[in-house]
Design a protein around this ligand. Structure first.
Ligand SMILES: [Zn+2]
Length: 324
């Protein structure tokens, strides 16, 4: 069904909008409604969206800026529309943020800041939506001819108006590796991390590399270790700061070869952590914002991040092998 919507612009996609759900963004920040400690993610149907645009002096044509982000089992299509970005292919101006918020009884919240208050289903949908909206915003011109590109109805591609080159949305592959020496695991900090936060080693795949090559090189570059064994765990799309495909792996070092040399151009710090330290940090509920002005406890990445899953897997596997 999604394939049909992407390929058959005028018929299928336009028809799907009639019964679809529209998620709104303003300059890549999603519209959210607070509900207790959580955020709800409201959506509008086509009529409500047309009515909203009408109130701000715009017509239904603006809806053609929206992108398809998925559909339900019942074939209800989901779309995302950014009312804050100025697009070169659209004649429509950015709508005023605070007036929209009042009208919609919600707030446009920076996605990174809302991470801890979203459920996994909503966050996955918003990750896709934000990434696709950002990609379209970043690819308004052909990199060969400099001429404007035009998106198809679903937003699954852009075509150059002059030489007809087709551009497809892309993700950059990133390897993320949890290195273990059998009893401890290696965690590191980048300068940009919130205080106290440690995570697994991560880096972009270079052109021409396999996942295995990239993991070996990253670990060697960042901490000077040679890996013995590598095991794939899982993968995840991550929208910050640009769309990445996070490929998560467990790795082990050769026995006795655990001395690390931290590359300080890449990392702020790296160290081996014991099972007890990691298991305790995993149980801690990390709300980074509240703790920023106090002493910094050892924190691990949030549940939504694949690094958290990697660390959790390591702890669970390790718990089984410990004597009672
Ligand atoms: Zn071109």
């Amino acid at each position: 069904y999604l394939f049909e919507l992407k390929e058959d612009d005028d018929d299928a996609c336009r028809k799907a909008q009639q019964t679809g759900a529209f998620y709104l963004f303003h300059s890549l920040a999603p519209l959210l409604q607070p509900s207790g400690h959580q955020y709800l993610v409201p959506w509008l149907n086509l009529l409500e969206l047309e009515r909203l645009l009408g109130k701000f002096g715009q017509d239904a044509q603006r809806i053609e800026d929206s992108v398809l982000i998925g559909c339900s089992e019942q074939h209800e299509a989901w779309f995302a529309l950014d009312l804050g970005l100025n697009s070169s292919s659209s004649t429509y101006a950015s709508l005023p943020k605070s007036e929209l918020e009042t009208e919609l009884k919600g707030s446009f919240v920076e996605l990174r800041k809302a991470l801890f208050q979203l459920n996994p289903v909503d966050s996955s949908l918003l990750f896709t939506a934000q990434s696709l909206l950002r990609w379209h915003d970043d690819h308004q011109f052909c990199s060969r001819s400099g001429q404007p590109t035009k998106k198809n109805m679903a937003g699954s591609k852009r075509v150059c108006s002059s030489n007809k080159i087709i551009y497809y949305p892309q993700m950059a592959p990133v390897v993320i590796t949890l290195v273990s020496d059998g009893t401890r695991c290696l965690l590191a900090r980048q300068h940009s991390f919130p205080k106290g936060l440690y995570s697994a080693l991560a880096g972009f795949c270079d052109i021409g590399e396999s996942v295995e090559d990239a993991v070996q090189r990253e670990v060697a570059e960042e901490v000077g270790l040679e890996l013995e064994r590598l095991e794939y765990s899982a993968s995840q799309h991550w929208p910050f700061p640009n769309s990445s495909l996070m490929i998560a792996c467990h790795a082990t070092v050769k026995p006795g070869q655990t001395e690390i040399q931290v590359n300080l151009r890449e990392l702020e710090a790296a160290a081996w952590f014991s099972y007890a330290e990691v298991a305790a940090a995993l149980k801690r509920k990390g709300t980074y914002i509240q703790q920023q002005n106090q002493s910094f406890p050892f924190l691990l990445p949030p549940k939504l991040a694949i690094a958290h899953q990697l660390i959790k897997e390591w702890v669970e596997k390790h718990a089984c092998s410990l004597p009672n």
